[in-house]
Design a protein around this ligand. Structure first.
Ligand SMILES: O=P(O)(O)O[C@@H]1[C@@H](OP(=O)(O)O)[C@H](OP(=O)(O)O)[C@H](O)[C@H](OP(=O)(O)O)[C@H]1OP(=O)(O)O
Ligand SMILES: Nc1ncnc2c1ncn2[C@@H]1O[C@H](COP(=O)(O)OP(=O)(O)OP(=O)(O)O)[C@@H](O)[C@H]1O
Length: 477
C-alpha cells in the first residue's frame, strides 16, 4: 500500500538523495520492519527492475543508518516544504534507516564540477499501450487508452482543472512528430506528468495539486542560458517558442537514445502488430483525421532506449485487469485455505533471482493452477509499477572539447549537453491493490462511455448526424 511504500526524499549538496519510509501516524513500524521493507525495495531494484530496464537506467541505492538526532532535525527542516496533500503520513524518524541514492537531477556518467549548471526533466509517462487482451469486455478499451479516458474522470473529480492533450501512445510511438506533440502537450498541462528542475530546484510543473508553475515565458527565461549561451536571441514570444522547441527536441533525442542493454532485453512481451499503436482520443490523431489523413505513423522505439524498456515491462500486463482479476481471486482463495503459503509464494518478497526467473514465463494458456495465476499476478504487479514510474533526464552544458570522450552527448542548435536518463519510483505495487485496480478500471471506462464517448466519438457523432438526415427525409415525406 502507498502508506507502506512512501518515503521522503531530501536533496543534499553532496549529491546524494536520502529516501525515508513514511507511514500513517497510527501505523508506526519497528526498526526491524523498516529495515526489512527497505531491503525489499533495494532487492527489487537490484534483482528485478535492473534486469528489465538495464543496469544504467536503474539506481537501486543502498541502505544506510544515520544518527537519530540528525534524522529528527532533518524531519523538522523539511516538514514545511512538504505539500499538504502528502502530509497524511509521517516520515520515519525512529529507526535511523534510510536509502541512499544518487542525485538523479545530475548526469550520472560524467564527473561534473559542483558548480556546473544542471537541468533536469522528470516525466511520468503512464501506460503507453492499448490493451490487446481478449478478456477486455468493453470495445472502447481497444480504441482509447486508459490515460485519455482517465483524464475525464480526474477532471470531473476535481483532481485537475483541465484535461491534458498528452497521450502516452504518442510519446511511446517513437515517431518524432508525435513525440513532439506529446511533449508540447505536457508543457501545456503538466499535471503530475512533467516537472523541470534547474540546479535541483523546481522551475516548472506542479509542486502539489494546487500550486503549479506553468508560464512558458518564465520557463524560457530560465532555459535561455542553457540553449542560447551567447545570448544572441531576441526576447519575446518568438524567443519563447524557439527555446521551448529546442527543449522538446533535446528531450526527444535523449528519450530515443540507447544507453543500456539488459538481461530481459530480448524478451518481447507482445508482437507489435497485436496492439493498436494509436489512441482514437489523442488530439494528434484527431487533428490528422480532420485533415483527411487516416494513417498514424508509429516509427517504433529503438530497442535500447528507456521508453522501449518501460513499454516492454508495462506489457507484462498481458491479460488486462479484467483477465487478471479472476486469477487474483484464485490466489486469494488458495491463501485463505493455506495462509502459511504466503511466504513460499513470495507475495511480499524476497525479491531475489528466483522471483525474477518466474516472471519470464509469458504463456497465457491457463492450466487452472495456482502457479499460473500467481505468475500472472506478479507480472501484473511489475507492469503496474512500470506504468507509474518516472523518467529523469539530467542535462548539463558542456563544451565541444570537454564532451569529446563522452558517449552521452546531445546537441541543440547553439549548445551541447552531457546527459543521463534514469528511471525512478520503482517500488513494486502491492498485491493488495489489485481489487482497487479492478474497481477503478470499471469506473474510468463507465464514466467515459456515459459522459464522453457519445459526444466525442466520430462514429457515434456520424451516427447522430445520419439520424438527423434521416429525420429530415422523414419530414419531407
Ligand atoms: O491508478 P492511477 O493510474 O491513477 O495511478 C496512481 C497515480 O495517479 P495518476 O493517475 O498518475 O495521477 C498516483 O499519483 P499521485 O500520487 O496522485 O500523484 C500514485 O502514483 C498512485 O500510486 P500509489 O497507489 O500511490 O502507489 C497510482 O496508483 P497505481 O494505479 O499505480 O497504484
Ligand atoms: N534519486 C533521486 N534523485 C533526485 N530526485 C529524486 C530521486 N528520487 C526521487 N526524487 C524526486 O522525489 C520525487 C518523489 O519520489 P518518489 O515518487 O520515488 O517518492 P515516493 O516515495 O513514492 O513519495 P510520494 O509519496 O511523494 O510519491 C520524485 O518525483 C523526484 O522528483
Amino acid at each position: 500500500m502507498k502508506d507502506e511504500q512512501t518515503h521522503k526524499k531530501l536533496r543534499k549538496k553532496r549529491c546524494v538523495v536520502l529516501r525515508f519510509l513514511k507511514s500513517p501516524p497510527n501505523q508506526t513500524k519497528t526498526s526491524q520492519e523498516i529495515l526489512h521493507h527497505l531491503q525489499n525495495i533495494v532487492d527489487f531494484g537490484k534483482h528485478v527492475m535492473k534486469q528489465f530496464f538495464g543496469e544504467n537506467y536503474v539506481h537501486h541505492g543502498e541502505i544506510i543508518q544515520l544518527p537519530l538526532d540528525f534524522v529528527r532535525q532533518l524531519c523538522l527542516k523539511i516538514q514545511p516544504e512538504r505539500p499538504e496533500c502528502r502530509c497524511d503520513k509521517d516520515m520515519d524518524t525512529r529507526s535511523g534507516f534510510a536509502m541512499c541514492l544518487p542525485n538523479l537531477t545530475r548526469p550520472q556518467s560524467y564527473r561534473l564540477a559542483e558548480h556546473r549548471p544542471l537541468l533536469c526533466i522528470e516525466i511520468k509517462p503512464k501506460c503507453g499501450f492499448i490493451p490487446f487482451s481478449s478478456h477486455v469486455s468493453q470495445e472502447i478499451k481497444h480504441k482509447v487508452c486508459r490515460y485519455c479516458m482517465h483524464q475525464h474522470l480526474k477532471v470531473a473529480n476535481g483532481k485537475w482543472k483541465r484535461p491534458s492533450k498528452y497521450c502516452p501512445l504518442d510519446l511511446f510511438s517513437g515517431n518524432k512528430q508525435r513525440m513532439h506533440f506529446a511533449l508540447k502537450s505536457l508543457l501545456q498541462e503538466a499535471q503530475n506528468n512533467l516537472k523541470i528542475f534547474k540546479n535541483g530546484e523546481l522551475i516548472y510543473g506542479c509542486k502539489d495539486d494546487q500550486d503549479c508553475v506553468s508560464d512558458w515565458n518564465e520557463l524560457a527565461r530560465h532555459l535561455k542560458p542553457f540553449f542560447f549561451p551567447s545570448n544572441g536571441l531576441v526576447s519575446g514570444p518568438h524567443c519563447t517558442r524557439t527555446i521551448v522547441k529546442e527543449l522538446i527536441q533535446v528531450i526527444t533525442m535523449t528519450l530515443l537514445s540507447s544507453t543500456d542493454t539488459c538481461r530481459a532485453g530480448d524478451m518481447k512481451t507482445v508482437p507489435v502488430s497485436q496492439g493498436r499503436s494509436y489512441c482514437e482520443a489523442s488530439a494528434f490523431n484527431k487533428e490528422l483525421v480532420r485533415n483527411g489523413k487516416h494513417k498514424l505513423e508509429s516509427s517504433g522505439l529503438p530497442r535500447g532506449c528507456l521508453l522501449y524498456k518501460t513499454l516492454q515491462a508495462q506489457m507484462l500486463d498481458m491479460l488486462d485487469i479484467e483477465g487478471l482479476y479472476p486469477l487474483y481471486s484464485r490466489v486469494e482463495q488458495y491463501l485463505e485455505e493455506f495462509p502459511e503459503e504466503r511466504s513460499t509464494l513470495q507475495i511480499d518478497g524476497p525479491y531475489n533471482e528466483a522471483f525474477y526467473e518466474k516472471l519470464l514465463d509469458l504463456s497465457t494458456e491457463d492450466d487452472g493452477t495456482v502457479a499460473f495465476a500467481l505468475t500472472k499476478v506478479q507480472q501484473y504487479r511489475i507492469a503496474m509499477t512500470a506504468k507509474d514510474c518516472s523518467i529523469m533526464i539530467a542535462l548539463s552544458p558542456c563544451l565541444q572539447d570537454e564532451c569529446s570522450e563522452q558517449r552521452s552527448v546531445v546537441l541543440a542548435s547553439k549548445s551541447r549537453f552531457t546527459f543521463s536518463v534514469s528511471v525512478l519510483d520503482l517500488d513494486l505495487k502491492p498485491y493488495e491493490s489489485i481489487p482497487h485496480q479492478y474497481k477503478l478500471d470499471g469506473e474510468i471506462v463507465n464514466y467515459y462511455l456515459k459522459n464522453v464517448q457519445a459526444k466525442d466519438d466520430p462514429v457515434m457523432s456520424n451516427l447522430f448526424k445520419e439520424n438527423e438526415d434521416c429525420t429530415l427525409v422523414l419530414h419531407k415525406v
